[in-house]
Design a protein around this ligand. Structure first.
Ligand SMILES: [Zn+2]
Length: 388
């Protein structure tokens, strides 16, 4: 062995045995400097934040955290968050390289959020709105059962109160770790939006930011009355590579960008971030004068006694009373159900009861005290709308 090859061997050995340092992943929220994802210019974070995270070099819109977005869209001091304590569980006990619970814990510690969305109400240029903002930093903004539930509750609240809903989407799609439970959220949110938009005739604006993909695109992101997007935002369902492999053809360079989608009629407007608040407030102001709005109730049309919606309302009411004062009502309702199930075994669903029975249960559940008076189908307003 020559001396040179010995030195070379020693060097390799040293490299092999050297301790490995795990570089902390830079998330753009710490440190002083960051780099533009598009043109590579080095940016001073303080100035970048003042410029709403828009690159000074090329005008590219970098990712914003949900808190920054709320600060920017909602008038100072008027934000009232909803369901901040709702946090995800791990029903499938899912594990890949890491357990799902660990991933959740990491993300919660890193972002200070319980899940990938913040919802609440506030004033936007003095107009009350219901706003939901997804946070891409929390597990890629994926939509699990908590995201679905929070957004659904926000929409239902907005429907009750007659508020316009704005959802700012930034998501990698449904959360795979929750399997079918996360896919169900797509249908749940869409159903709530249907009542909001088509029955109560209220406004829903979706704002698509980069990236909006997967199950979010396939559900509420594309259901907006007007759909806004940020310039050059990546919006799509499946990824480019998957589509290219399936179709066996080359896709254009600007495929799945906001501009491409606008050109092909999937979006209504591309709004730069600096004008977004103004565009939203002008749209809502225009809509203020719109007729036929329903407020204070979720109208559900002429229903038979056993529709699935009614069943769900009964279920929700019985299992999760919002107010302790309902506990008596719930107990009575459960007693009634027990009474009914005692003579017939194996009854598990509401729809096996006779209509009169369910009506009776309903009367019990919807006392005059109840705040949820839309549960009560005695109100004639519902009769106006035979189908929805
Ligand atoms: Zn740039």
């Amino acid at each position: 062995m020559s001396i040179l090859s010995w030195i070379e061997n020693q060097r390799k050995l040293k490299l092999l045995n050297a301790p490995k340092y795990n570089q902390p992943e830079s998330d753009g929220s710490q440190g002083l400097w960051t780099r533009c994802d598009h043109c590579g210019v080095i940016l001073y974070i303080k100035h970048l934040k003042e410029n709403q995270r828009v690159c000074f070099g090329c005008g590219y819109h970098l990712q914003m955290s949900s808190t920054e977005r709320i600060d920017y869209l909602i008038d100072t001091g008027t934000w009232r968050p909803f369901d901040e304590t709702v946090s995800p569980c791990d029903p499938l006990e899912f594990r890949d390289q890491k357990a799902y619970t660990e991933r959740l814990k990491d993300a919660q510690e890193r972002t200070g959020l319980q899940d990938a969305v913040q919802t609440g109400t506030g004033l936007l240029d003095g107009i009350p709105v219901a706003l939901g903002v997804m946070d891409f930093n929390f597990m890629g903004g994926s939509m699990g059962s908590v995201v679905g539930e929070k957004i659904t509750r926000l929409i239902e609240y907005a429907t009750q109160e007659g508020l316009p809903v704005i959802l700012v989407c930034a998501s990698g799609g449904a959360r795979m770790q929750e399997g079918i439970l996360s896919l169900m959220q797509m249908a749940k949110i869409s159903a709530a939006l249907h009542v909001h938009q088509n029955c109560a005739k209220l406004l829903y604006i979706s704002v698509l930011t980069s990236p909006t993909t997967g199950g979010v695109t396939a559900s509420f992101a594309m259901l907006g009355d007007p759909i806004f997007a940020e310039p050059k935002a990546l919006i799509g369902f499946a990824g480019r590579r998957v589509i290219e492999q399936t179709l066996q053809e080359q896709l254009p360079d600007d495929f799945q960008t906001a501009e491409y989608l606008l050109h092909h009629g999937l979006l209504d407007l591309i709004v730069p971030r600096s004008f977004l608040k103004q565009a939203l407030s002008e749209t809502i102001t225009l809509y203020k004068e719109a007729p036929l709005k329903m407020q204070g109730r979720i109208p559900y049309g002429e229903r038979g006694p056993l529709t699935k919606i009614r069943e769900e309302q009964l279920r929700r009411f019985a299992k999760a009373p919002k107010n302790p004062q309902y506990s008596n009502l719930v107990a009575e309702f459960e007693q009634l159900l027990e009474l009914l199930t005692s003579d017939k075994n194996m009854l598990s669903s509401v729809d096996v009861f006779a209509p009169e029975t369910v009506n009776k249960a309903f009367e019990l559940a919807c006392g005059s005290q109840t705040r949820l008076d839309w549960l009560n189908d005695k109100t004639n307003q519902f009769r106006l709308r035979p189908v929805f």
